[in-house]
Write a protein that binds this ligand. Structure first.
Ligand SMILES: C[S@@+](CC[C@H](N)C(=O)[O-])C[C@H]1O[C@@H](n2cnc3c(N)ncnc32)[C@H](O)[C@@H]1O
Length: 193
């Protein structure tokens, strides 16, 4: 198997990538992660989805491509300038609501057990406030994270947090975890029923 070619790239993905590059967005997710997000998203018909870390909408467009018409996505980022790009390209899709808010504030206020799928691609809900994020999952819900292999854009002092996060997730008896040595280093976690 050659797992490099990625098929079914969402139509707006390349345009968002170009705009992201033009405005200096330096934290884009890659095609492999996007492909997995779409595949997993399609397993949750009529699902409620949460994306922590919209960025400019690259991963958002993949999640939307996997979601069915009855699903809904809340996509959150603290930076208006990045979310505006996502809005420009994806704002016409009534299945998505863009939220500009700090992740900690959002996680603290959100109702528990309401999401079928969470892509956690920022600090709150991943490297901090993990309990709050996992508490938002319904039984059977999926929690997906990337960037578990060393990345050039990691800030100083970030590296030791990654093995701690993985150990924390794997120590939880109420979750199934799978690590994937693919893309930027992925983990798929399911809340047991
Ligand atoms: C890795 S990027 C997201 C990339 C995006 N998912 C993609 O596929 O390209 C992380 C994002 O987290 C946002 N962010 C950083 N700190 C945050 C916070 N405290 N609350 C919410 N978002 C935050 C940044 O603005 C940035 O857009």
């Amino acid at each position: 198997m050659n797992d490099t070619p990625i098929k079914n790239i969402p139509v707006l993905w390349e345009a968002i990538r170009l705009r992201s590059q033009a405005i200096g967005f330096g934290m884009p997710s890659d095609l492999q992660t996007g492909s997995l997000l779409a595949t997993l998203a399609a397993s949750k018909p009529e699902g409620r989805f949460l994306e922590l870390g919209t960025g400019t909408g690259l991963s958002t467009t993949w999640i939307l491509s996997g979601m069915d018409v009855g699903s809904h996505l809340d996509s959150l980022d603290a930076e208006e300038k990045w979310v505006q790009v996502a809005r420009d390209f994806l704002g016409n899709d009534s299945r998505v609501k863009f939220i500009v808010q700090d992740g900690v504030e959002f996680l603290t206020q959100a109702l528990p057990a309401q999401y079928d799928f969470i892509f956690a691609d920022t600090w709150p809900g991943k490297f901090t406030h993990l309990d709050l994020a996992l508490g938002l999952l319904k039984p059977g819900g999926l929690y997906v994270i990337d960037d578990l292999f060393p990345q050039p854009n990691w800030p100083e002092g970030h590296a030791p947090k990654v093995p701690r996060l993985i150990e924390d997730l794997e120590s939880r008896s109420d979750f199934h975890c799978t690590k994937l040595g693919w893309s930027t280093g992925l983990m798929v976690v399911t809340k047991k029923r």
